[in-house]
Design a protein around this ligand. Structure first.
Ligand code: ZN
Ligand code: ZN
Length: 267
């Protein structure tokens, strides 16, 4: 069975057929979903939490996406904090730095990311991280903030990894897992499969980032969590490992990072 370690299951794109989407995932061996609260407007974080509160297969994260960093204010902070207390919330995020789209000012992105790393440390929660663009600056600044605000004992995952092997190694030394999305399956993967090949099994995860990033064969369509199995098959091929083993290990890694076995059951 697979864990989709990063999907936007609460996004409006799934409002019409979420039940069927989850059934298709289950038919493809995907039984656990990390529903990311951020990325579709700060005010929609509660949707992921509500989903997790009502479905035992779903766990939620709460955070502020770098695209939305410029919108954060004290009123929203006051609204987000109680959500982080919810017993089905297993991580802070997705948060980080995005200097590719640059939808928020760099300095604001840095301070909002630092604030969330500090929140994760205070609450002993792991962090799901988005980093993109302007290599090496976004990546180096991200790691600097992680080290200064995280205090050395935080764990996290670099979601939808597209960076270099050299950076991945340093990030793993700082407590990160590395998660691959449908980009790994693209015909033009820009060398990503060569990076994935070198990541130790005990640091790997798979994800869809649905509804975005549909894998090869489905590009241009709405992505959905069932297709984490497509990413997993390609990863197994790259690693030259049996699919069942890659499913087992990536799922165990997600369960360990997000401490799913300790999360409160659905009431
Ligand atoms: Zn992201
Ligand atoms: Zn995402």
């Amino acid at each position: 069975m697979w864990v989709d370690s990063h999907c936007h299951l609460a996004a409006a794109e799934f409002d019409g057929d979420r039940t069927e989407v989850l059934e298709r995932a289950s038919a493809d061996g995907v039984d656990t979903f990390i529903a990311i609260g951020s990325g579709y407007g700060i005010r929609s974080n509660n949707r992921a939490v509500e989903l997790a509160a009502s479905d035992p297969r779903v766990f939620a994260t709460v955070g502020v996406h770098p695209h939305e960093a410029g919108e954060l204010n004290d009123e929203l902070r006051g609204w987000l904090n109680p959500l982080l207390d919810h017993p089905r919330v297993v991580a802070v995020g997705e948060c980080g730095l995005d200097y590719h789209y640059m939808k928020s000012d760099r300095a604001v992105q840095r301070s909002v990311f630092a604030e969330q790393v500090a929140t994760a440390r205070e609450r002993s929660l792991p962090v799901t991280i988005h980093v993109r663009g302007d290599e090496p600056n976004a990546y180096e600044e991200l790691l600097d903030i992680w080290r200064s605000e995280g205090g050395g004992d935080l764990a996290g995952v670099l979601h939808c990894y597209t960076g270099t092997l050299e950076f991945a190694k340093r990030a793993m030394d700082s407590g990160f897992f590395v998660s691959f999305s449908g980009i790994l399956t693209f015909k033009n993967d820009r060398g990503l499969r060569d990076v994935a090949k070198e990541i130790p099994l005990d640091r790997l995860m798979v994800e869809t980032d649905a509804p975005l990033l549909a894998p090869e064969g489905f590009r241009g369509k709405r992505n959905e969590p069932s297709r984490v199995s497509v990413v997993g098959r390609v990863l197994a091929d790259v690693l030259d490992e049996p699919i069942a083993e890659v499913a087992r290990i990536t799922s165990a890694n997600a369960r360990a990072l997000f401490r799913l076995d300790e999360a409160a059951p659905v009431e």
